[in-house]
Structures are given as C-alpha cells and as structure tokens.
Design a protein around this ligand. Structure first.
Ligand SMILES: [Zn+2]
Length: 452
C-alpha cells in the first residue's frame, strides 16, 4: 500500500480545508475506508454528495443527450478486451515519466518537479527528492492503466485493464450504434461512467483520484477537407462547454479560464486540445478537456471504415471532436464556487437544480404532535416530486443554518398559525426572505420556483 496520506499542500489550505471539512461534517464526501485508516486518495460520496453528483449527471444527460437530436448514449463495460488498449495506443503511450528517490523510495513525475523536463527532454540531475532531499533516479516510463486478472489464474494471458477513459467504448461500439440507430453524420455518442488511472501523484481532495467518473462525448463529423471544417465544430463545442459551466453549473465566469495544450503535453491521439480551467484554491488547473482526435481511433479499431455515406456511396473514416467532463471535478468546482461566508452564516449558493435537497420541512416545535403531523403531511406530498428533508432537531435558527450550509434553496415551517390559516412560512436560502404560502398552493409554488 502506498505511503500517501489524504493531505493537502499548505498553499491550498484555507478554503479547500473548509470545503473538505464541510463535506465530511455534512455528508457530501467522506475519506474512503476511514475506519481502517483510510486508503490514500480514495473518497466516498455520502448521502448529500451522491445527490449532488446525480443531479450534475442528470442535468448533463438532459442537455447533451435528451434535448438534442444528434446524440445517443451508451453504457459500456469497465473492463474491455485487452486488444482495445493495444490498438488505441494506451498500452504503449499512456504513461508518465517517473523518477524514484533512493532514500524514501517515493516516486514523482519528472515533469512535475522539473519544469524544463519537457523542453530539455532530460531530467535535471540537481533536483533532489521534494520530501527527503534524497537522490532521484533517471526517469522511467510508468503506464497509468490499472491492471487486473480475469479468471482465477494470475497469468499473463489473463491480464486485463480497467478502462483509463470511457471514450474507447464509443469507438468500439461505433458500428453497432450506427446499425441500430441509423444515424448520419454529424452525430455524437455520449457516456457517463467510471474510469481508472494509476496516478502517481493524486491529491487535492477529489481533484485527482485513481478512480473517477467521466461524462464524455465523441462527436463524429465527416472527414474534413480543410482545417476550418473541424475547427468550426471544435469552436462550437468549446462554446457549449463554457455555457454548461456558467448556465448549468452556475460557475462564475471570473473563476473560469482556458488554455491550449502545447503539442508535447497533448495526449497521443490529439491534434488539438483545449483545457477549460477552474481557479481552484491550489491554483488554476484543468476542469474539462476538449480534443480533436481526428480519425485516429476508428482507424485503429476498424481495418475497414464502418461508415458509408448513403448518398455518395462513399466509405470513409469519420473524424472526432471529444468534449470530456469530469464528474468529480464538477462537484469540486460547484462546491468551491457556491461556498459563501456571510456575517453569521455559511451558505452554499448552489443552483437549485443541483442542490441535494430542494426543500426542508420543519414543524416549529417537535413536542407538539399537531404541528409534527401537519409538517409530516406536507413532507409526504412534496417528497413525491423533490428530494426533501424533514427536520425537527434544535431551534429554527439552527435548522436554517444547517440547510444553508448544505445549499437547500427553500425551507417550509409549520407553526401554530398554520393550523388555523392553513398556510406555512417559506424561507428563501439566498435572500432569507420569508413568505406566507397557502398549503394548497405549495405544489404549484415549488413547481414554478424549481422548474429549471
Ligand atoms: Zn525521498
């Protein structure tokens, strides 16, 4: 087992620590296998985290699959035939250069601790181990795929790999999708699922982990005759990704940026890559990626092109623009962006469509059966349409603070007046304004408020 701990570098302390602590305290994200001392860089999504994550995935699927007529989805196996990785180039190319410390035996990415490594194609021998100042070895290539064995015998013939990206399934299944959906170019195949990378330097909470989830699109276009033909599709997806960040995730524009990857940093399959970046507390870094994969992958998997243009009766390999969205990074960016400290409260100003709970229902006092009964009735109706929470713990002020901290947009309180006027108090998370709403109008009220 590795020696790493779930530690944050001191530079990112502060806001990151607050988020990690809030996540644990309120049930968004727990350290993985915690009762056994944890497993380095593994994290479990708790009751609120899974809601936030599912909401992000559902909004994504709705926008990019359901509401488009040029997109279909798949859900493929995590473990694929090893030939997939031979032909995709991952077995050969998907590796990082590593140096090892002769004293503490830790490994580091050469390009992370020597900023000139890529440029010089040589590791600077004067650089010592960042942890113990020991001597570092020459860089060696280390494959990032997570290996396993299929069947009971641990033999070479049984070696298999957990997929390092969801993308390959969209290429391998391309012909089946084409035959069953009779799509014409341009069209896309989308998938949401887990991927695994045996990262050497994971860290920064859920930013870089060995097991993560992707929302990925392979968008197939006709073979471009000129560069501007793929570039215009690329630009279109770049705009779509920005709009997803600001409209659907509600991220502030000033926290977003983008940067084009230089040729030597691009993945082996990519002709152009742009990273959408987020301003994390530990620095600006990748949130999402957009790549032009050319016809590299389909050519590798199909000796004959599976695509024929029906009118021209011409066979050719479609080209691919690939927008990739990390689910875990989306969660992290949403939490960081929404986290707000006000005078006497912490509030997650998260978009209602993403909030784990939409509505919390309170009886004013827990020891008054008639209030509890009425509140339960309201809760039972609302929960049929929304994730709701029933809370009768502590005083109302404390309950509001708790809901503010987990981003619940609305709180409904049943008080003594409710028994007579058949109305409740609805309190808005962001403005803290309270309105009196008739119980009979509540369903319509929330339908209006939470329609997006
Ligand atoms: Zn060392």
């Amino acid at each position: 087992m590795s020696k790493e701990k779930n530690e944050l570098p001191s530079s990112s302390a502060g806001k990151m620590e607050k988020i990690v602590s809030l996540c644990k305290r309120r049930g968004f994200v727990f350290p993985g296998s915690e009762i056994y001392g944890g497993l380095a860089n593994s994290w479990d999504f708790g009751p609120l985290g899974v809601e936030l994550k599912n909401n992000i995935k559902n909004v994504w699927w709705k926008r990019f699959v359901q509401q488009r007529d040029d997109m279909v989805g798949i859900d493929a196996s995590l473990i694929m035939n090893t030939k997939v990785w031979e032909n995709s180039g991952h077995l050969k190319e998907f590796s990082d250069p590593l140096v090892e410390c002769d004293k503490c035996k830790r490994r580091f990415r050469a390009d992370h601790i020597d900023s000139d490594y890529e440029k010089n194609k040589k590791f600077n021998k004067n650089i010592k181990c960042p942890d113990c100042k020991g001597n570092l070895s020459e860089p060696r290539q280390f494959n990032l795929m997570l290996k396993t064995f299929i069947g009971p015998a641990e033999e070479k013939a049984n070696v298999a790999y957990f997929r390092p990206e969801t993308a390959q399934a969209m290429f391998v299944d391309f012909k089946n999708v084409l035959n069953t959906t009779r799509r014409k170019l341009p069209f896309g195949i989308a998938q949401i699922g887990k991927a695994f990378r045996n990262e050497v330097t994971p860290g920064n909470f859920i930013f870089r982990t060995r097991e993560f989830e992707q929302m990925e699109i392979e968008y197939f276009i006709p073979k471009p005759m000129e560069d501007n033909e793929w570039q215009s599709v690329f630009n279109y997806w770049q705009k779509e990704m920005w709009s997803w960040c600001t409209e659907n995730l509600g991220l502030k524009k000033e926290n977003l940026g983008e940067c084009e990857c230089e040729a030597q940093n691009r993945a082996h399959y990519s002709k152009k890559t742009i990273d959408i970046e987020y301003n994390y507390p530990f620095g600006k870094s990748e949130l999402y990626g957009l790549a032009y994969r050319t016809d590299f992958d389909l050519k590798n998997h199909f000796p004959d092109s599976p695509y024929e243009d029906a009118e021209a009766k011409e066979k050719f390999y479609p080209h691919v623009i690939e927008p990739t969205f990390g689910v875990d990074r989306s969660v992290l960016a949403v939490l960081l962006d929404a986290y707000t400290e006000e005078k006497d409260r912490v509030v997650l100003k998260i978009k209602p469509s993403l909030a784990p709970y939409k509505i919390a229902v309170f009886p004013l006092l827990r020891n008054k059966p008639e209030l509890v009964k009425k509140a339960k009735e309201i809760f039972d109706v609302l929960k049929m349409n929304y994730m709701c929470e029933f809370d009768d713990n502590g005083n109302i002020g404390k309950r509001y603070r708790r809901q503010d901290e987990i981003g619940t947009p609305y709180c409904v309180t049943v008080d003594f007046d409710s028994l007579n006027d058949k109305a409740v108090t609805v309190r808005d998370r962001d403005t803290m304004k309270q309105e009196r709403i008739a119980i009979s109008e509540l369903a319509k009220y929330f339908e209006e408020k939470l329609k997006n």
